[in-house]
Ligand binder design. Structure first.
Ligand code: ADP
Ligand code: MG
Length: 241
């Protein structure tokens, strides 16, 4: 792992509250959460459906703003930024991957991965070259010219991961990124992410309700009803003892 001890933590939430208004009743989706995620950590956020996992993840990635409290990305207080500056910070520091991949159907795997780099000002040949490197690492070189519908679910999800990593984000955030894959494919994606975390020092925060997947992380943050009820390293299993 790269030496990072002199840097700010990747993410920090300070007394974050998020109130959502669905019907008549406001819902406290996040109830005053404070947490720090150091660089290089691999974190799983778990908890039952409706416990606020997605809401917390989107707040940490500045896709959404808290009702009160603060979120810091790489030491930068996001509450001090207007929307365009926040979007720029997000583009620079955060990679997102979701349960459904949202690949652009008319672009090849290669161009789906190259696009975010081009949007950040990288020239097409360099963006494509870097996209090839990422697809190669994800064992997808032989599929780079394929359109998303010509790929399996697991392959599509790996292309989405390559795209999320395209701008070398400080933090990779995933909301049930393997939620539409079977267990074997999910485990492979997690193994790959773990490797990427260890080799590149990539900070990763993933929402998952699958305990087997969560146990691959350095740290499990468990939410119930919008509050952190447990924040610890996974229980050792026979495989890791
Ligand atoms: P999880 O990802 O753990 O399933 P969410 O973060 O999606 O949970 O939701 C947390 C709570 O906020 C739930 O009670 C949910 O019903 C509510 N909620 C989520 N999104 C909205 C919204 N757009 N409007 C109102 N309430 C919402
Ligand atoms: Mg969710």
């Amino acid at each position: 792992m790269t030496s990072v001890s002199t840097h700010e933590p990747a993410l920090r939430a300070q007394s974050v509250i998020k109130e959502l208004r669905g019907g008549d009743e406001p819902v406290l989706a996040v109830r005053g959460t404070s947490l720090t995620i150091p660089r290089g950590q691999f974190v799983a956020i778990t908890g039952p459906s409706g416990s606020g996992k997605s809401t917390l993840l989107y707040l940490l990635g500045a896709l959404d703003r808290p009702t009160s409290g603060r979120v810091y990305i790489d030491g930068q207080d996001t509450s001090s930024l207007a929307d365009p500056a926040l979007a720029a910070l997000r583009r620079e520091k955060i990679g997102f991957v979701f349960q459904f991949h949202f690949l652009l159907p008319e672009l090849t795997a290669l161009d789906n991965v190259a696009l975010p780099m081009m949007l950040s000002g990288v020239a097409q040949p360099a963006a494509r070259a870097q996209a090839e490197v990422l697809l190669d690492r994800l064992e997808l070189s032989h599929r780079k010219a394929h359109l998303p519908h010509e790929l399996s679910g697991g392959q599509q999800q790996r292309v989405a991961l390559a795209r999320a990593l395209a701008n070398s984000p400080l933090v990779l955030l995933g909301d049930e990124p393997t939620g539409n894959l079977d267990t074997a494919n999910s485990l492979r994606v997690y193994e790959w992410l773990r490797e990427h975390n260890l080799q590149q020092g990539q900070t990763i925060v993933l929402v998952t309700h699958n305990p087997e997947l969560a146990s691959a992380a350095d740290r499990i943050i468990e939410l119930v009803d919008g509050a952190v009820v447990n924040d610890s390293a996974p229980e050792p299993t026979e495989a890791t003892v």
